[in-house]
Design a protein around this ligand. Structure first.
Ligand code: MG
Length: 374
């Protein structure tokens, strides 16, 4: 096992939690963070939240839960090879999508539009809100009371206005600077995971084809390699052998480029990492191919008419839910109703953001379907 690097986040040198707690021993502080995520309600909801395909469209497609597990797998590999803290990396991977709405990205767009005059909505900020405030499980505090490094890593983007409100954890969005390397690699592990599993899910769904993908350089290279080695291989095995080689190429390239950047900048500790330019990166050549694949998926999968059709239905459904709750907050379940007295828009937004796909569909039916009794 690689030794811990000087620039790694170190649980014993954490900037701590917002509410002081006794040490986590025998676990490290970051192990405790990771465990709190796994035991959270928001984490279990990821099982029924869309990545690209809505949960009821098929049992084998990725959900936000399996996506997060794949990010954690890639992130841990990278962390181990670079001597970083694996537990913090895993925490960030498992937490990175906790704030996602039902129905993937359209959910965020709808809620952001609904909240335009009321502070807006951003799923990444919502992830921090989930771990800071919305989880209600502990006797002494709201949220999960995670370490500063976990909270800093969860917050990937932030407007200046929100950054001023959030204080220290968001300071880099005002003053410049980077988060830990653990956060930087988790971010890229997220990209590696979704680009590759969306290829796999896209092919499985039949919305994209091998022939189309053969036009994409990074896919074609690995496909040809597999076909040369196993001329008779077809279907699932051919796809998986190609995808696993793509993942490997991206992970190895990311490792090598990041090592070059580390050798150039030589950060002596985590604070030095924060002051450097981004250190985790792909090489220019692989980045260009990775982006080509991203563009392909955007045009051919995420914009496929069948995906758009589902997204449009989801938009209408969420908008109608929002309107119904705002028009009549007494439709809210009691715990959300109580919060609506102080700020109805934020309470409704939090309630909808937390819903799984199927819960949102059921709730819409309960509110709008006259034959639905309860
Ligand atoms: Mg993600």
């Amino acid at each position: 096992m690689t030794e811990r690097a000087p620039y790694a986040a170190h649980p014993a040198r954490s900037r701590g939690r917002r509410h002081a707690e006794p040490p986590a021993a025998p676990r490290s502080e970051y192990q405790r963070d990771r465990d709190r995520i796994v035991h959270s309600t928001a984490f279990r909801r990821l099982e029924y939240k869309t990545q690209v395909f809505v949960n009821h469209e098929g049992d084998l497609f990725r959900t936000r839960l399996t996506h997060s597990l794949e990010v954690a797998q890639i992130g841990r590999t990278l962390a181990r090879m670079l001597g970083l803290d694996e537990d913090l990396t895993e925490t960030l991977a498992l937490a990175h999508d906790l704030g996602h709405t039902p129905f993937g990205h359209v959910g965020q767009d709808v809620l952001n539009a609904c909240m335009r005059d009321h502070g807006g909505f951003e799923h990444n900020l919502q992830s921090l809100r989930v771990v800071d405030t919305l989880e209600q499980k502990y006797a002494e505090f709201d949220g999960l009371n995670l370490t500063f490094e976990a909270r800093e890593g969860i917050l990937k983007h932030c407007s200046a206005r929100n950054a001023r409100e959030l204080g220290e954890v968001a300071r880099r969005f005002l003053d410049g600077g980077q988060p830990s390397l653990e956060a930087q690699i988790t971010n890229l592990a997220d990209e590696i995971a979704y680009n590759n599993h969306d290829v796999d899910d896209g092919l499985r769904s039949g919305l994209i084809t091998l022939e189309q993908l053969a036009e994409v350089d990074i896919f074609a290279r690995h496909l040809n390699e597999v076909r040369a080695q196993y001329p008779r291989l077809t279907d699932r095995r051919l796809i998986h052998e190609t995808v696993r080689r793509m993942i490997n190429t991206l992970v190895v390239d990311l490792l090598e480029q990041t090592r070059r950047n580390l050798a150039q900048h030589r950060p002596v500790d985590l604070d030095a990492v924060r002051a450097c330019p981004p250190l985790a990166a792909f090489s220019d050549e692989v980045l260009a191919r990775h982006r080509e694949l991203k563009r392909f998926l955007f045009h051919n999968l995420y914009r496929h008419y069948r995906v758009v059709r589902m997204s449009e239905k989801a938009k209408r459904l969420l908008r109608e839910l929002f309107d119904a709750f705002i028009a009549e907050p007494r439709l809210l379940p009691p715990e959300h109703r109580a919060r609506a007295d102080a700020d109805p828009y934020r309470a409704v937004c939090d309630y909808i953001a937390g819903m799984t796909d199927r819960y949102a569909i059921r709730e819409h039916r309960r509110i709008y379907d006259i034959d639905e009794l309860a």
